[in-house]
Design a protein. Structure first.
Length: 153
């Protein structure tokens, strides 16, 4: 019985020695306490998550009209995905888009009816129901451009 007891105590002592070996600092590893980063490394700190304000969505209305109301025009405009063209449109035209502040907006129109001299053409950009850009031109081959950056001047 004494043999089993000594064997048991011996195993416990070996286990304790192994535990102490891994828990105690070893000189060639450097001495540091648990939770301390190795020399040369900064202690990690929690950084607050960046909070960004979402860019507001705006209702943009492009509007072309003229006199007489039966005018013909070539129209070009900027969308959130690029540019669009309307090669020949007769009469008043409008397009409503939802865009984000900071995006460029542009609307162009060129009168295309041959030989017209008493025509006027107007481009208008409205932001959330308020006129933001407006331009009118008259005469043969009249053309207008309204442009800017949403949220800018």
């Amino acid at each position: 019985m004494a043999g089993w007891w000594r064997a048991g105590v011996g195993c416990l002592m070996v286990a304790a020695a192994i535990i102490l070996l891994f828990e105690a600092p070893i000189s060639h590893r450097g001495t540091r306490s648990a939770g301390t980063p190795p020399a040369g490394l900064a202690t990690p700190t929690a950084t607050p998550a960046a909070t960004s304000t979402p860019t507001p969505l705006l209702t943009v209305r492009y509007f072309i009209h003229g006199s007489p109301t039966s005018f013909h025009a070539k129209i070009g405009y900027v969308t959130p995905n690029g540019t669009e063209q309307v090669p020949d449109y007769q009469g008043a035209w409008d397009k409503v888009l939802t865009m984000r502040a900071g995006q460029p907006v542009q609307l162009t129109a060129e009168e295309t009816a041959p030989g017209s001299s008493n025509q006027s053409i107007t481009c208008e950009i409205q932001i959330d129901g308020t006129t933001w850009r407006h331009q009118t031109a008259e005469g043969p081959n009249a053309s207008v451009t309204c442009r800017g950056e949403l949220g800018g001047s």
